[in-house]
Write a new protein. Structure first.
Length: 107
C-alpha cells in the first residue's frame, strides 16, 4: 500500500525527502488560496482548533458544577447543625417542663 502522507502525518519528517513546494504561476506570491488536496487536513485542524478553544469553557463549566455541589453540601451541613441545635434546645425545654411538673406535683 503506497499512500501519500498528509499535513498532519507526513510520510517522512526529513525535509530533504519531502516534495518541494512550487509556487504556481497563476496565483500571486503570498496568496492564501486553499489547496484541494489539504481540505481534509484543514478540516481536522479546524476541528482541533475548535476543540482547543472550547477547553476553557468546558473547564469553567466543570468548575462551576463543582462549586455548586460544594455550596449544596455546605447548605446541608448548615441545616444539619441548625437541626441539631434545635433538637438540643427542645430536649432541654422538655426536661425543664418535666422538672416543673414534678415540682408542682410534689407541693
Amino acid at each position: 500500500m503506497n499512500t501519500a502522507g498528509t499535513i498532519d502525518r507526513p510520510l517522512t519528517h526529513d525535509p530533504q525527502k519531502q516534495a518541494p513546494m512550487k509556487p504556481s504561476a497563476s496565483e500571486p506570491a503570498g496568496s492564501a488560496t486553499e489547496d484541494v488536496t489539504t481540505t481534509g487536513a484543514n478540516d481536522s485542524r479546524q476541528n482541533r482548533n475548535r476543540e482547543m478553544q472550547l477547553i476553557p469553557e468546558a473547564l469553567a463549566r466543570a468548575h462551576m458544577h463543582e462549586r455548586l455541589h460544594e455550596a449544596e453540601r455546605e447548605r446541608q451541613a448548615v441545616r444539619l447543625a441548625a437541626a441539631r441545635r434545635m433538637q438540643r434546645h427542645a430536649e432541654r425545654a422538655s426536661l425543664r417542663a418535666r422538672r416543673a411538673l414534678a415540682m408542682a406535683v410534689m407541693h
